[in-house]
Ligand binder design. Structure first.
Ligand SMILES: CC(C)(COP(=O)(O)OP(=O)(O)OC[C@H]1O[C@@H](n2cnc3c(N)ncnc32)[C@H](O)[C@@H]1OP(=O)(O)O)[C@@H](O)C(=O)NCCC(=O)NCCS
Length: 196
């Protein structure tokens, strides 16, 4: 997911924004995601707030997460760069950036933006919450929120979790390309997907 998780500053400044929100709650009843998995339900949401920034910063510099995402900023520990970037994202009228919460607790973020004339989606979930269906549900909600189609996504070709989320969400693989991944300090293959 090159643009959002990675080189966000360069890519986020042409996008489409809708000011409705996105939130997830664990739920004991309806909207079961899959057998034996966490259950989430949608509710009224909110944009990213100042009080989210410390947690988002920590989520997005978690070494295992950074390695997985691969296409990250040069220095995920650079708080000043992170703050500047988040300020840009939050103030752009062309970007949909939403906090993802579960049981009222912030567990990640999701965004859509436009790069090179193509609408894209990206997301980041804290490691402790992985495997609970949260990213899948967050993407479903974002797809309701953002009407632009086709919608594209990029993921490192070895990011099996993200590719699974996208395939489950209806995205189809349309190709691959090789790009420099800062977190790997090397050029690696990334997979390009599209939802029509
Ligand atoms: C990728 C990411 C968003 C997934 O979040 P999540 O909430 O755990 O995702 P979900 O639980 O909705 O779905 C994950 C799916 O991938 C599968 N999966 C996870 N790791 C996998 C792996 N190594 N190999 C194969 N499948 C894997 C899970 O089994 C699940 O599929 P299933 O529902 O069919 O069982 C999360 O790991 C993350 O934020 N990683 C770091 C940042 C990142 O990579 N962002 C995306 C950049 S493109």
């Amino acid at each position: 997911m090159q643009a959002a998780v990675g080189e966000q500053g360069e890519h986020f400044d042409r996008a489409v924004l809708d000011h409705r929100g996105l939130v997830l709650h664990r739920h004991s009843g309806k909207r079961r995601l899959s057998q034996g998995r966490a259950q989430v339900r949608a509710g009224p949401g909110r944009p990213v707030e100042d009080s989210d920034l410390d947690a988002l910063f920590d989520q997005m510099r978690d070494p295992a997460s950074v390695l997985m995402a691969a296409f990250t900023t040069e220095d995920p520990d650079d708080r000043s760069a992170f703050d500047a970037h988040m300020a840009m994202l939050r103030s752009s009228p062309d970007i949909t950036l939403r906090a993802v919460t579960c049981d009222g607790r912030l567990v990640g973020s999701i965004a859509s933006f436009v790069f090179d004339g193509q609408s894209e989606v990206t997301y980041w979930i804290e490691r402790a919450a992985w495997g609970g269906g949260i990213a899948t549900r967050a993407v479903a909600l974002l797809l309701d929120l953002v009407p632009a189609r086709p919608l594209h996504a990029h993921a490192a070709s070895d990011n099996a979790g993200s590719l699974r989320v996208l395939r489950k969400s209806g995205f189809k693989i349309i190709g691959t390309e090789t790009s420099f991944a800062a977190a790997r300090k090397d050029e690696i293959e990334e997979t390009i997907l599209r939802l029509d």
